[in-house]
Design a protein around this ligand. Structure first.
Ligand code: PXG
Length: 294
């Protein structure tokens, strides 16, 4: 939470943060039944707003949830919420819950989905992590499989990611690597994974069970534009242990280097040249592009 009192958007109205409340009968709370997005804005511009709102609508469609607004209306609500809070750099949490219903699983007893927008500031990792690199560990908790809940749905049910994060922290690491049920690398608990080997950039396919990350896509485009060869592969832990460089991407973390994984030192144990270049390219891009707020 930021130090200034916030104005939170709920279903067409703004509330002071202490009055911003939803029902205990909301299925978002009772069943984790809903979808969300985490969006950043830098220098008075919202990064990839269209892509985030588009993914929100895809997640909603996949769980048969109707968002009671158009994509354009949702984009305008996001911008308006940032304006109301007079913020210039920060983070938006956009949440759509199934809405208020009864004590029963059926979503059809919920009359209308609720839209909640919080605009705040965020700092995920201190600068030293970008200078030195993170420590990762493999988690026992696997990514949900395509035959249960599609890992492409950014749903309000993040318990497996939370449990994986608990495991990573318990083992002394800062982030956890989640595998799919076949044992291939999917992603971290809230970030996508990239390795650099022999000058080629590799990342797990979305079919491996990773979220179709928006930062992932932006970094793939930046890497190709910079002239790197890039491949989406079925990635093993071996590929990560033996990488020259390893880095993560996510809206919150941006591009963050990894120094150590399962006690193996990655490359030289500090951010390599490809990672450093992509950190810089990403920061330049977000500072100069995006939907204007004011
Ligand atoms: N995988 C998972 C499971 C995620 O939740 C990413 C990858 C990266 O995707 P994007 O589209 O952000 O590049 C995410 C996104 C938080 C937080 O509060 C987490 C995310 C985004 C914003 C904030 O920890 N995860």
């Amino acid at each position: 939470m930021s130090d200034k009192p916030q104005q939170v958007y709920i279903d067409g109205e703004f509330f002071h943060e202490s009055d911003a409340k939803i029902s205990v009968f909301d299925h978002g709370l009772l069943y984790g039944d809903g979808v969300f997005e985490g969006i950043r804005f830098y220098n008075d511009r919202v990064t990839c707003l269209e892509e985030h709102v588009d993914r929100l609508f895809d997640s909603a469609k996949a769980i048969h949830l109707e968002i009671p607004a158009s994509q354009e209306e949702v984009r305008n609500m996001v911008v308006e919420t940032i304006k109301r809070n007079q913020l210039h750099d920060g983070y938006v949490r956009l949440v759509v819950t199934r809405g208020t219903g009864g004590l029963g699983l059926s979503p059809y007893r919920c009359e209308k989905a609720s839209i909640i927008i919080i605009a705040s500031t965020i700092s995920l990792y201190p600068q030293e992590k970008y200078d030195q690199g993170l420590i990762l560990a493999t988690c026992a908790t696997r990514r949900p499989t395509h035959d249960s809940l599609s890992p492409s749905v950014k749903s309000l049910n993040y318990l497996s990611n939370v449990m994986a994060k608990v495991e990573a922290l318990a083992s002394g690491a800062e982030e956890g690597v989640m595998l799919n049920t076949e044992g291939y690398v999917a992603e971290c608990t809230g970030d996508n994974i990239f390795v650099v080997k022999g000058g080629i950039i590799l990342t797990p396919t979305v079919a491996s069970g990773s979220l179709n990350g928006i930062t992932r896509r932006v970094v793939i485009d930046l890497a190709i534009k910079a002239g790197f060869e890039l491949k989406e592969i079925q990635m093993s832990r071996y590929d990560m242990y033996t990488a020259d460089e390893l880095f993560l991407t996510g809206t919150a973390a941006e591009v963050v280097p990894v120094a150590q994984y399962d006690k193996r030192i990655i490359g030289e144990g500090k951010p390599g040249p490809v990672t450093r270049q992509l950190i810089e390219d990403y920061r330049n891009l977000v500072e100069t592009t995006g939907t204007p707020i004011y």
